[in-house]
Design a protein around this ligand. Sequence first.
Ligand code: SF4
Ligand code: SF4
Length: 420
Amino acid sequence: MVGLEKPPLPKQVYIPLSQHTGKACIPEVRPGESVVTGQRIAGIQAAIWAPVHASLSGKVTAVQDWPHPVLGRAKAIVIESNGEDRVAEDKRKREPEEVNKLTSEEIRNLVFSAGIVGMGGASFPTHIKLNPPKPVDTLIINGAECEPYLMSDYRLMVEKTGEIIKGIELITKCLGVKRVIVAIEENKPEAIKNFNYELRITCLAGRQANYELRILKSQYPQGGEKQLIKNLLKKEVPRGKLPFDVGVVVHNVATCFAIYEAVYLNKPLYERIVTVTGSCVLNSKVLLVRIGTPIKELIAFCGLKEEPAKIILGGPMMGIAQFTDEVPVIKSTTGIILFNQKEARIYEEGSCIRCGACIRECPVGLMPCLINLATERGLWQKAKDYGALDCIECGLCSFACPAKRRLVQSIRRAKLELGK
Ligand code: SF4
Ligand code: SF4
């Protein structure tokens, strides 16, 4: 397995104002202003949001429309590097004794100020998940990373085990839970070994909660919150409800690491780990990347064997195909996958033959063929009644369909029309 690498600092970053679930931020800097690495550059007054920070020191050159990996196009703050990577002077590290004295509210405020969102792809602001509206008794740490090709969480779990556990302890304090389950798939032996060792030390140190390491069978999809809860606790999260409704909160390992960095190192979320791989890539790598870096620079750093026919951001099943390599890395970018012509072939869509394969495959128990039918007719309420909003976009229905129906795309469309 390849080690974590740092590519050269980009000369210019394009930092989108929308990188979280909720309202897009408003710029707090103007073209011509100087910024330092980690400085807050955008925010908004809203119920659900997270601030955005500069990922380089240098000068703001523009606030403009730019390709966005999820939204197509969106406003971004452009920063030209001065090559110094100067960090704000008030970013003092905290000693463990100081961290131990922090209250739950102080931890939540630090997590909010650092702009942390769910880094497994969900992008929901983390400080809100640290304060659920109902009591919870179990915290699940998601180290499943079940999508093929992706290695970002695996590498992080191997290289930063102790730091992730410190992040977990901070979450445990905020939630007041007594049970913590760290879930890792069996195809990540180095991570399992490290966690086994470190969690034993944590338990010996007499921590408040009980820690369990659960090894999951490698299977797709099980990285979704509801699937994990079902697999680990045999609990169903009812349709339209959230994990806290069954007394559980789930956080991704990368989010735990970001919480550690925010609280111990006083470091906002301005870089993340990204896997760059696929049949067209010369040297697949796992990279520590500044937010806002155009993906073409990372692709150039890894090298190409052949021109890619398709670029996907995220995993091959749940990721989103991109129309340009100018698109930047954002807080939720887990991977960049480059497929060749053969792999990217688009099949002609046939008529539904009512075989039921999509229904059998759906891990959430939906009837994708019926949602598809409703979407094609613009019957959005019907699509909602069939459970379109509960779809986790795992792609298994499309994969199983012998008629090559574009089921996930049509469900995504329904979700957009329904405002989710
Ligand atoms: S993508 Fe298809 S299989 Fe996956 S949850 Fe949605 S409807 Fe079910
Ligand atoms: S798998 Fe395809 S062909 Fe079969 S029922 Fe579903 S949509 Fe129709």
